[in-house]
Design a binder for this molecule. Structure first.
Ligand code: ZN
Ligand code: ZN
Length: 178
């Protein structure tokens, strides 16, 4: 896949995302995946993919919108809007390895969503986990049975908090052998 050969990862804010969070994400992705990582100019959240009834964005539609913009590398879209795919109430993110595009929503990673007080570090840790997870899919990794591995599927914030932001030894080996 050409975008795996491309030497850059683009972090693309779709709408307003706090700068400190994007920058921490940029630094972490660069270390984990060993590619120059840059923050792209903000794009507006695409109005066409908002499902007004659900008040959510269909994440596959968002991925298609981003893919159409033709960034020369892998793209990680970051959005503060709730995402869903048909069949699931919500998703923290989605990845399309064929397009080289992944998206992560920070909406449900914020403590405010659960009626609790803001926790900046908690938001950061959760964002790094979900971003690493979706980027891992772009590198062909599948879901991992190890509940501590970042590639473990999580569909609740408790599961996200339970897993680490690291790849388990098996996933690390797969990543290194690519
Ligand atoms: Zn996944
Ligand atoms: Zn694993």
């Amino acid at each position: 896949m050409w975008f795996q050969e491309a030497n850059r990862i683009f972090i693309l804010p779709a709408g307003k995302i706090q700068w400190w969070l994007l920058n921490e994400l940029r630094e972490y992705m660069q270390v984990v995946f060993g590619k120059e990582t840059v923050i792209a100019d903000e794009m507006p959240p695409p109005a066409g993919v908002i499902n007004r009834e659900r008040g959510q964005i269909h994440s596959t539609g968002l991925i298609e919108e981003i893919a159409r913009r033709g960034y020369p590398g892998m793209v990680l879209g970051v959005i503060d809007f709730d995402l869903f795919v048909p069949g699931l109430n919500f998703v923290f993110g989605e990845a399309d390895p064929a397009e080289g595009v992944a998206v992560v929503s920070i909406t449900r990673l914020k403590e405010e969503f659960y009626g609790r007080e803001t926790g900046q570090d908690l938001l950061l840790q959760r964002t790094l986990k979900e971003a690493t997870h979706e980027m891992g899919h772009l590198y062909s990794l599948k879901h991992c049975p190890d509940p501590g591995c970042v590639m473990h599927f999580s569909n609740s914030i408790a599961e996200t908090d339970r897993k680490s932001k690291e790849f388990c030894p098996a996933c690390t080996r797969t990543l290194k052998n690519l």
